[in-house]
Design a protein around this ligand. Structure first.
Ligand SMILES: Nc1ncnc2c1ncn2[C@@H]1O[C@H](COP(=O)(O)OP(=O)(O)OP(=O)(O)O)[C@@H](O)[C@H]1O
Ligand SMILES: [Mg+2]
Length: 467
């Protein structure tokens, strides 16, 4: 072959390759696409199934699609159970791992359904997924315990009315020592409240007030925490003595989120009967404070820094709360009789719950909690003693707690019996002492009466002699 013949062949082969490339690019690809489209149409015609795809990212926005994240939450663990590539994250307690889909895993969800169910899927099912997703998000979120800051901290760069920490209280209704009937009643009330969307429909703020009263150590604070845990609410622990006036109180309320429980502990100590906030005791240690200046300061305080009863009533009535949001208000007190009736009338404090000394039923809950006991031969003795003396659940719990590793249930129950006997003896001595004081007082009264009578007689006699 000559050089020119070789060159000609080379050019021809090159030309053919080029033409084949062009043919592929412009004709075959289009042909292929068309086949794809028509093929899919044909399959769709034949197949009764429809499909919705939810891509993680839509359009050219670099934001994750809401629909995708909704489904991700809804499917929860299921989606990662099927994924081949997983990534692990440490959860907040640092003790367990959460597995989720790896970033390189293809991210979209496909919902396939029979075309006859199209209406059901697009109208009902997807709405259900969205509603469920909200409920799941509420269940999963880390709840918070808020405490109110003094208003001096409300301004500036880090201004916050409420400071928060993670709310991690272990209290549960199951472990609360209370008569089962009473416990069930409270549980029913709370659950009915949490589902009562009609509150908003009838124009009533979706809130409910609970007044928990009883002696110290009967579980008022524990119950407030159990309520928050049951309903999965945040807790706002409102310290009224740190609130300057009604305006501040209103601002604080506006700044609370929905699905929350606002707790005011020992309400009787924060507000006195006349509606005047009790002044906080301030220690003026060391330096002598100028009397005049101090008087002026007190006057200023009494005119400008107080939360009044009516301010608190407005607060409770939810006049300032956003409608439709779920809020519980809980007051605790040791002295219910000290509270203004207006403050605790039904409608404001819808439910009054008396927490009292430990009954046998309540003791059984504590024995189960602390010793995992359902029955024991010492229970009869304990039942008798509980009927004869007053002891708080806090004291019972304290005695049931093993003091050392060797302490078994028998020892703990014996400790409790000893404590009950001591309490009974102390109560007997106290009663005796009271009786003695009463008798002494009566005797003294009689003596004074006799003395008075004797004096009167003497006076009469003296008058007769004079006559
Ligand atoms: N009814 C109860 N059920 C279970 N545990 C209880 C109960 N009452 C008290 N306790 C235990 O006693 C401790 C003190 O209880 P809590 O703080 O709830 O009492 P309180 O009624 O709020 O008292 P105070 O009036 O002094 O605020 C709790 O940590 C809890 O372990
Ligand atoms: Mg308390």
């Amino acid at each position: 072959m000559t050089v020119s013949a070789e060159m000609w062949l080379g050019i021809t082969v090159g030309g053919l390759m080029f033409i084949w490339g062009m043919f592929q690019k412009f004709f075959l690809n289009q042909f292929h696409d068309r086949i794809g489209i028509y093929g899919q149409k044909l399959v769709n015609l034949a197949s009764p199934y429809h499909e919705i795809t939810f891509n993680e990212y839509t359009g050219d926005r670099f934001e994750r699609s809401n629909a995708y994240t909704t489904i991700e939450t809804y499917l929860g663990a299921n989606s990662s159970a099927r994924a081949k590539r997983l990534k692990a994250d440490m959860v907040r307690d640092g003790q367990s791992l959460i597995l989720s889909m790896d970033d390189r895993e293809e991210r979209n969800y496909k919902l396939t359904f029979h075309k006859r169910h199209r209406d059901f899927i697009t109208k009902s099912y997807l709405n259900h997924v969205m509603a469920e997703r909200k409920a799941i998000a509420v269940r999963m979120r880390q709840r918070r315990l808020y405490t109110n800051n003094r208003s001096e901290q409300w301004h500036g760069y880090k201004r916050t009315m409420w400071s928060h920490v993670e709310f991690d209280h272990p209290a549960k209704f199951e472990t609360l020592a209370l008569e089962p009937k009473k416990k069930q009643e409270i549980l029913n009330d709370l659950i009915t409240f949490s589902k009562a969307k009609q509150y908003a429909k009838i124009g009533k703020a979706w809130k409910r007030g609970y007044l928990l009263y009883g002696p110290p150590g009967t579980g008022k604070s524990t119950m407030a925490a159990a309520m928050a845990n049951l309903l999965q609410y945040d807790v706002y622990d409102l310290e009224l003595t740190a609130v300057k006036d009604n305006t501040e109180l209103r601002k604080l309320l506006i700044d609370t989120s929905s699905k929350s429980i606002i707790v005011i502990e020992d309400i009787d100590c924060s507000l006195d009967l006349t509606g005047q906030r009790k002044k906080e005791k301030k220690k003026d240690e060391g330096e002598e404070v100028d009397q005049v200046r101090r008087k002026k300061k007190d006057e200023d305080e009494s005119t400008s820094t107080k939360v009044t009863l009516s301010g608190l009533l407005n607060f409770i009535d939810g006049l300032w709360s956003a409608c439709g949001s779920e809020r519980l208000i809980v007051f605790t007190t040791n002295f219910v009789e000290k509270l203004d009736p207006a403050l605790i009338r039904r409608g404001r404090m819808d439910k009054h719950i008396k927490l009292s000394y430990c009954s046998f039923e309540a003791f059984k809950v504590l024995a189960k909690n602390y010793l995992d006991l359902d029955s024991h031969k010492l229970f009869t003795t304990i039942s008798c003693l509980l009927g004869e003396t007053n002891i708080t659940p806090a004291d019972v719990a304290e005695n049931l707690m093993p003091k050392s590793a060797e302490d078994g249930p028998q020892t703990c129950l014996e400790n409790l019996i000893k404590a009950l006997e001591t309490a009974k003896e102390e109560a007997r001595l106290k009663d005796e002492e009271e009786e003695r004081l009463k008798a002494e007082k009566e005797q003294e009264g009689e003596r004074l009466k006799a003395e008075k009578e004797e004096k009167e007689k003497e006076q009469k006699r003296a008058e007769e002699v004079e006559d």
